[in-house]
Ligand binder design. Structure first.
Ligand code: ADP
Ligand code: MG
Length: 398
């Protein structure tokens, strides 16, 4: 789960991390009152969306007067901001952060992330922080330093100090930087984070270290331990299809393409996505319906895949182990009832490959209840090839 920058800063403040004073705002008038309350000569008006790259996209504005605050708030609220992290559709700005402007001497990069390969937490740092960090990683990776932290012993003072020197924090600010690293690490552990990214961490003109941007991700599986974090969820920032699927107990990840697929088991789902790619298709999603595929659940999955018009075809690839192929077939029939007016058709071609438990019964159901646009296929390879071809044909006709 992600949270907004202003929420992340609030959380880090509780851990004693130095963040600028700031207040959220949902309207133009609130933006102006927030700026007045801060009572500083210069404020920054920052778009709050769950994506970085706002600075370059015009989502971070410096305001010197209440009139400027009002006009920037007016400009940003309700606007769709497209950054290199939002995808071409962008994200609508519904909240702002009004915060005191810092006098920046230099911008650094600092982040913590779980590294599965070494079963450690990695702290990464660079003296080339700021809005171009992606280029630094791509072109001069030697400017990014790592410290591997054993979660049993935690972040050692020498590691934080070594990082501070590696990224060339000037002498008067070394201890402040080390303290910030230690506090960030404490927050990371205490709140079961999967990522904390500070970009930029800044050195101010008076040699203070300040966290100017903060992105925090939490481990969803640990959210039950943190009701105070769970309430920070902003559902409007999440993919509506992924949200609906989660509510129905389905593992759905939007992949942006137009060939939807419904599979049981994460391994088979990944193999299916690969196979669709192999035949030149663009998978619309990853969808693992799991092992208890009641017909209602299958019908719900169809509804989710078909909503919004993104999918131009669906590939159903089920190996019936715990699942029963007859239930899957019943689900497809039920889906046709729900999503079509006549009850016997689906709006896009559906290729079904069933194998395993109760497969004959499943095929029988599909044979006896003919639904327009449903094709059965004996193997996964043939099925993938066929759905990619049908989708390509459908696109040509458009
Ligand atoms: P994003 O990463 O989405 O572009 P940031 O919060 O990192 O957004 O802001 C982009 C840039 O704007 C920063 O690198 C910094 O130079 C400037 N900036 C952000 N907040 C402040 C602030 N409070 N005071 C001064 N400059 C700021
Ligand atoms: Mg940033």
């Amino acid at each position: 789960m992600n949270i907004h920058e202003y929420q992340a800063k609030q959380l880090l403040r509780e851990y004693g991390v130095n963040v600028p004073n700031g207040l959220p705002a949902l309207s133009v008038s609130e933006a102006v009152t927030s700026a007045e309350k801060l009572d500083v000569p210069v404020v920054v008006v920052k778009a709050q969306i769950h994506a970085g790259g706002r600075g370059k996209a015009g989502g971070v504005k410096i305001a010197k007067t209440p009139v400027e605050v009002a006009s920037f708030a007016q400009e940003l609220l309700g606007k769709t901001l497209v950054t290199h992290q939002t995808g071409p559709e962008g994200k609508v700005i519904e909240r702002l952060l009004i915060e005191e402007a810092s006098k920046i001497k230099k911008e650094y990069y600092l982040s913590f992330i779980v590294d599965r390969q070494t079963a450690n937490i990695v702290m990464m740092g660079s003296e080339e922080g700021g809005v171009d960090i992606e280029n630094v990683a791509a072109e001069t990776p030697e400017k990014i330093f790592m410290e591997y932290i054993d979660p049993v012993t935690g972040l050692a003072a020498f590691q934080a100090t070594r990082m501070a020197y590696a990224i060339n924090i000037p002498e008067p600010a070394i201890r402040r930087a080390v303290t910030i690293m230690q506090k960030l690490y404490s927050a990371f552990i205490a709140k079961d984070c999967s990522q904390i990214e500070i970009n930029p961490l800044v050195l101010t003109e008076d040699d203070k270290m300040v966290v100017l941007d903060a992105k925090i991700n939490f481990d969803d599986s640990a959210l039950y331990r943190h009701p105070e974090i769970a309430v920070l969820r902003d559902e409007s920032e999440e993919d509506p299809k992924e949200r609906k699927a989660a509510a129905s107990g389905l593992n759905y990840v939007n992949l942006g393409g137009d060939v939807a697929c419904m599979v049981n088991g994460a391994g088979l789902a990944m193999a299916t996505v690969d196979m669709l790619k192999f035949y030149g298709g663009e998978p619309a999603n990853f969808l693992d319906v799991g092992g208890d595929s009641e017909p209602e659940k299958i019908a719900k999955a169809f509804k989710i895949m078909l909503s919004g018009g993104q999918a131009k075809g669906i590939f159903v690839n089920i190996f019936g182990g715990i699942n029963r192929c007859d239930n899957i077939a019943k689900g497809i029939v039920e889906a046709a009832h729900i999503v079509s007016k006549d009850g016997h058709s689906l709006p896009v071609p559906v290729v079904v490959r069933l194998e395993g438990s109760m497969v004959e019964e499943g095929r029988e159901i599909l044979r006896n209840t003919p639904i327009a646009n449903v094709f059965t296929c004996p193997t996964m390879e043939k099925g993938a090839e066929q759905i990619v071809r049908l989708v390509a044909e459908a696109r040509e006709k458009e």
